[in-house]
Design a protein around this ligand. Structure first.
Ligand SMILES: O=C(O)CCC(=O)C(=O)O
Ligand SMILES: [Fe+2]
Length: 508
């Protein structure tokens, strides 16, 4: 079952749970099938032994055997009566298969896109976090073993998929890994071995590694000269492809993107000197309203202003938010400022839902505390956007403010508040490449920053991203507050101050 095109399974943990459930059901069926078939197979085997014994006897002296009326009768009886009974076993298996096919229509199954995008997610994680393929294939992420090993054929299939989606940087490593694992694993027979080598050679050809491919092809033909024609066909068909294939998305080659990846990996950080003026402090809130439970402010950056407010959301509130948004979650799209409309894109992989604050007092409370912690008027905030990132889920660098000019009836996103609704075991930081900041999600904390200069021009230094989630499920709630009626808390300066972010407007 697939509800609509927006629905996918790999982009959230909730979706993957459905697939795990599907597999659980299929597994139970398969086990039942094996138990019942085993029993009837045992019966069949006994029958076969008996018939074989008869044939053995007959072969000693066919004429003597068949002139015995009892033997003649039993032969006719077997063929007229018994073989029909054996056919019933096949029929039963066929019925089961049909039942299974019907049942599968009721279950959740991933499609081609899920399959491809989950491979892409692995490639992205490998690239962003410089992961060692050998370790990933062993189920190890940054030194922690989470899962079982991948087999050589898993690795090869993944290599194949990465070629299909043009993730060439990663392809070669997975193919090498496959080869490594192949030499270590138990092999079933010479034919599958040669099939494997053929496939491997084909994949190597596609990555442009013609020399390695030729080595492999040579070995195949030496082992089995009959394969010469298939191997030459593979060679000729893929030879012309190899150069045309190598391309990478332009944006991924920019300095900005490289910077972003470094910040995600925490390779690029600010020095202690650069952070020296930043403070942690208590704040009593607007009108000292929170004197008894002051906000715990952690200054993150002075200009543009970024801060963390700790312990802003309770576990109870978070449960409510997840519960009401779960059924509304849809694959995230991205606004297209130029063409208009929204599109599903690889640079934003998550699911989200827009939730009205009035739906529950727990949700209304978010705006309430936000007002007291920041001084911003919250009546012109967008609805709460709840997002969930799953396997390799991410949101590439972007600005939250609208690029089109501000008109009278139109206002812009003066600030972003990200309510972290979960921790993330590995990866998934909110990264500001130009500020060299990566904030690790911390359940209950709010990340707040101003997107606009005081002049209400967009501040390009606030470009930010959600780094790919390496391990875990990331939940956030976004509140975008608009610039109307904010002149008391954030008046404009004497001069327009937007030049300071000009140089970040262009992507280099
Ligand atoms: O996931 C994150 O940490 C950032 C999310 C974000 O930037 C957005 O939703 O606009
Ligand atoms: Fe954003």
């Amino acid at each position: 079952v697939r509800l609509n095109d927006d629905e996918d399974y790999y982009s959230s943990v909730a979706g993957l749970e459905k697939l795990l459930n599907t597999e659980q059901i299929l597994l139970t069926d398969l086990k039942n099938y094996i138990t019942t078939t085993k029993q009837s197979i045992e019966v069949l085997e006994k029958e076969i032994l008996k018939i074989e014994a008869e044939h053995k006897l007959a072969s000693i002296d066919v004429e003597n055997y068949l002139t015995n009326p009892v033997n003649a009768y039993r032969l006719i009886k077997r063929l007229f009566n018994d073989w029909h009974k054996y056919e019933i076993h096949f029929e039963k298996a066929k019925d089961l298969l049909n039942e299974w096919k019907l049942k599968k229509n009721q279950l959740h199954f991933p499609n081609q896109i899920d399959f491809e995008e989950s491979a892409l997610a692995l490639a992205r994680l490998q690239q962003t976090y410089n992961l060692n393929v050998g370790q990933v294939a062993s189920g190890i992420l940054n030194g922690i073993k989470y899962g079982n090993d991948m087999s050589w054929s898993d690795c090869l299939l993944l290599g194949q998929q990465l070629i299909n989606i043009k993730a060439f940087n990663q392809t070669k490593e997975w193919i090498d890994e496959s080869l490594k694992r192949y030499s270590m694993e138990e092999k079933s027979s010479a034919a599958t071995e040669l099939d494997f080598m053929e496939k491997l050679g084909e994949n190597l050809m596609k990555t442009g590694d013609t020399n390695a491919a030729l080595e492999i092809f040579r070995a195949v033909v030496i082992n089995d000269p009959h394969r010469l024609s298939t191997v030459s066909a593979i060679y000729n068909n893929t030879h012309s492809l190899s150069e045309a294939l190598v391309e990478e998305e332009e944006y991924h080659k920019t300095q900005e993107f490289k910077l972003y990846e470094k910040v995600c990996r925490e390779e690029l950080k600010r020095s202690p000197a650069e952070e020296r003026h930043l403070r942690c402090r208590y704040y009593w809130g607007v009108d000292n309203a929170f004197v008894l439970s002051p906000f715990k402010i952690e200054e993150i950056n002075e200009d543009p202003f970024v801060m963390l407010i700790h312990d802003m959301v309770t576990d109870e509130q978070i449960e409510t938010i997840k519960r009401v948004s779960m059924p509304e979650m849809k694959r995230s799209t991205v606004r297209d400022d130029i063409v208009g409309g929204s599109k599903r894109r690889n640079y934003r992989i998550s699911k989200n839902a827009w939730i009205e604050y009035s739906l529950h007092p727990h949700i209304e409370k978010l705006l309430h505390v936000l007002h007291y912690a920041t001084g911003l008027e919250t009546q012109f905030s967008e609805e709460l956007q709840v997002a969930n990132y799953g396997l390799g889920g991410h949101y590439e660098p972007h600005v939250d403010f609208y690029l089109t000019g501000v008109t009278e009836e139109y206002s812009n996103r003066i600030s972003t508040s990200i309510f972290y609704l979960s921790d993330v075991e590995q990866g998934g930081a909110t990264a500001f490449p130009y500020l060299k900041i990566a904030i690790k999600p911390n359940k209950g904390t709010v990340l707040f920053w101003y997107n606009l200069h005081r002049s209400l021009d967009g501040d390009y230094r606030t470009k930010h991203a959600g780094c790919p989630v390496l391990k875990g499920s990331k939940w956030i709630g976004n509140v975008w507050t608009h610039d109307r009626t904010q002149f008391a808390i954030r008046p404009c300066g004497l001069y327009r101050d937007y030049e300071s972010s000009w140089e970040y407007m262009m992507v280099k």
